[in-house]
Design a protein around this ligand. Structure first.
Ligand SMILES: Cc1cc2nc3c(=O)[nH]c(=O)nc-3n(C[C@H](O)[C@H](O)[C@H](O)COP(=O)(O)OP(=O)(O)OC[C@H]3O[C@@H](n4cnc5c(N)ncnc54)[C@H](O)[C@@H]3O)c2cc1C
Length: 251
């Protein structure tokens, strides 16, 4: 049974098949534990996009971007084109996980520095953000104290990863993959709970929405077979990770 809350109140539904497509939530400042003051002016990339694209509201003038995945890189360019000064993009890893094309076209073409092995370690501001402290990270990820320096800015844009939104899945008894954070599925996209399928960002993080569409198309056959009561399990083969691979879906 599904219990749904909407403007029409509480409703109860029976379903033969449920497809989980709750997507991801963005990591916030709290999720990555940045200490310091709690002023306004700290946005996740998604919130900043919504304010700029849908509400025509510019988020700030002097901006530090934290995180150099493709979303952080694209946001750095976007904010520059909207008239802001992007002071730097800081990345805690020794490399950017963004495409080389995006590093060139979003940062270097606009003279925006990319600081690898760097993160924000403190936040200042009374009311509005007035500055952040950045520091270099050592080989084991610890802060190199003497590298700390203050950067005056009015906005900190966080682009530091996504977490699959799986509270409902957990409550439904769906087994989750420790690495992806999403459900474990078979080759039809079905979870360990018969009749519950998953696809899209709730299953694994997709940077590009085209791959989400492909994944949705891929599971349709199994969903229809399940709906018609024709889906059978013909023995399971556990997929094992080869060298250099972090995870594999279906598991
Ligand atoms: C900041 C940002 C920028 C991006 N830019 C691009 C881009 O330029 N190009 C591109 O191709 N991709 C981009 N992506 C990636 C793209 O957005 C995702 O790959 C795609 O949206 C995932 O689709 P989805 O349907 O799985 O999840 P989502 O699009 O996240 O949709 C999930 C939906 O489920 C809803 N939901 C969650 N829980 C519940 C619940 N309990 N009950 C009811 N509803 C619920 C959510 O509110 C949401 O509307 C970007 C992602 C981010 C975060």
């Amino acid at each position: 049974e599904l219990v749904v809350v909407s403007n029409n109140g509480l409703q109860h539904y029976q379903a033969k098949v449920i497809i989980l497509t709750m997507g991801c939530r963005e990591r916030t400042r709290g999720a990555i534990n940045i200490p310091g003051a709690r002023p306004s002016g700290i946005y996740t990339a998604g919130v900043a996009q919504e304010l700029i694209n849908l509400k025509n509201y510019m988020v700030g003038e002097k901006i530090v971007v934290l995180g150099s995945g493709d979303i952080g890189l694209i946001m750095a360019r976007r904010l520059t084109l909207e008239g802001a000064e992007v002071i730097m993009v800081a990345e805690k890893l020794p490399y950017s996980s963004g495409l080389p094309r995006n590093i060139n076209q979003c940062l270097y073409d606009f003279d925006i520095p990319l600081l690898l092995n760097h993160t924000v370690v403190d936040i200042e501001g009374n009311g509005r953000l007035s500055g952040v402290t950045i520091a270099q990270l050592g080989k084991r990820g610890g802060i190199i104290q003497k590298s700390k320096r203050k950067i005056a800015c009015d906005t900190l844009l966080l682009s530091v990863g996504l977490i699959p939104e799986n509270e409902l899945s957990r409550e439904a008894g769906v087994v989750l993959d420790k690495i992806t954070g999403g459900p474990q599925v078979d080759e039809r996209g079905q979870t360990n709970v018969p009749g519950i399928f998953a696809c899209g960002n709730v299953l694994q993080v997709h940077d590009i929405v085209d791959n989400v569409s492909l994944e949705a198309e891929y599971i349709v056959e199994g969903v229809v077979e399940c709906f018609e009561g024709k889906l059978t399990k013909e023995g399971e083969i556990k997929v094992e990770l080869g060298k250099g691979l972090r995870y594999v879906v279906p598991q």
